[in-house]
Write a protein that binds this ligand. Sequence first.
Ligand code: PLP
Length: 486
Amino acid sequence: MSKKAVQGGQPPKGPADENTGHAQGENPWRQLPAVSSLLNTERGRVLLQEFPRPLVVAAIRQVLEEIRQGLRAGEETFPPPDTNILERATALLRRQQQRSLRRVINATGIIIHTNLGRSSLAEEARQALLEVAGSYSNLEYDLESAERGSRQVHVEKLLCQLTGAEAALVVNNNAAAVLLALQTVAPGREVIVSRGQLVEIGGSFRIPEVMAASGAILVEVGTTNKTKLADYSRAINDRTALLLMVHPSNYRLVGFTASVSLEELISLGRERQLPVMFDAGSGYLLDLGVEALACEPVVQKAVQSGADLVTFSGDKLLGGPQAGIILGRRQFIARMRSNPLARALRIDKLSLAALEATLRLYFDPLTAKTRIPTWRRLVIPREEIERRAKALTELLRSAQPQLTISLQPQESLSGGGSLPEEGLPTLAVAIRHPQLSAQGLARHLRQNDPPIITRVAQQHVLLDPRTMDTEEFPLIAAALARISLG
Ligand SMILES: *Cc1c(COP(=O)(O)O)cnc(C)c1O
């Protein structure tokens, strides 16, 4: 950094004057103090004890620049006193010190919220992750033979036991799983997909684009609303490598529609000696007997119906870490394993540890439903939601008497590409503040530490107890108690 820049705010011959072209004498920002003089004050010296000098200088410079812009725009007429400038720099330094990626409170009611990190992990998964994070591990070391092992052994057998699959492979995420499978099974050859299933998931995963990236050739059959088995059958030729079915995840075809079931596609595949792959997306591993999810495809059933390959995400309905899981025939999985792309897409050890621990919870359906947060939130009974909504209301009433609080029947969403239409009935705590708009109130909550993410509807801020833990309620009350309007 040049000395010139450090003195950016100094009058009257300071370089800032030249940069802005203002005539001297008529610009109030000429009176801005120099960085060096601010550092020489009592408060400046305290700051230097707390933060490294380059950070302090940069923060002061940034504040000075903001003030200069304010003056230029006519929003401020006189430069603030030195202590004020240093206070703003201190606040800026504290904000900068905060980790960028951190915990938030999800009050939106969207359970698998992709922007908020999808699934939170079960206690068992967190423990496993921590243990592996802080030590060496037998990640790729066979304790029996003392030789090099495969990281896949930690989950492959569990996945096969749980679903009946012949073999399994886990990678970085489901997009990677689909890419690896297509690139291994169908490079330069044709893959037949229904036009009704050429989906886009979350902006960047589009079936046609993943197909192109894999080197496979997409053959679309049927129409957007109707695809029949004969459409697939007619499209098969000697270049065909695979029949692909994609779970439409985040939308539904309703009205005048027809689609082919996975079972029908599998029998066609058998007849024509072609493998069938199912991208199940959301990853409902086993039928846990949850009525609201009765329409979701179950991974175990897809495997048992004879799908040659099934892929799904680790952090959607499975409730584990980000991962992509591929189940299927031994020959295909073996070929994927030796594909160089597998190395590029491999799962890391922390995710692997969390995935193994999550999978172990599935051996008992009741354990899965009670220990995995995603499932707890999906099956939480109505009375429990009511109880929590009332408890939160009480807390908020005493924390911030100015609030208007009501309970509103609303719908939570499962998110993550499962159940695109059906909401889960919930009871939201709806709040209003007499001097703040709903957007303003939502912003205040977002700026809290930890940030509280809410939904705004009809001039109310909605807090859905389904996606919050009761331990988070006092934090919300404290955030609202801190509202002070000047
Ligand atoms: C979510 C989803 C994907 C992408 O999975 P990621 O784990 O986010 O990479 C792919 N296909 C379907 C059908 C999905 O629902």
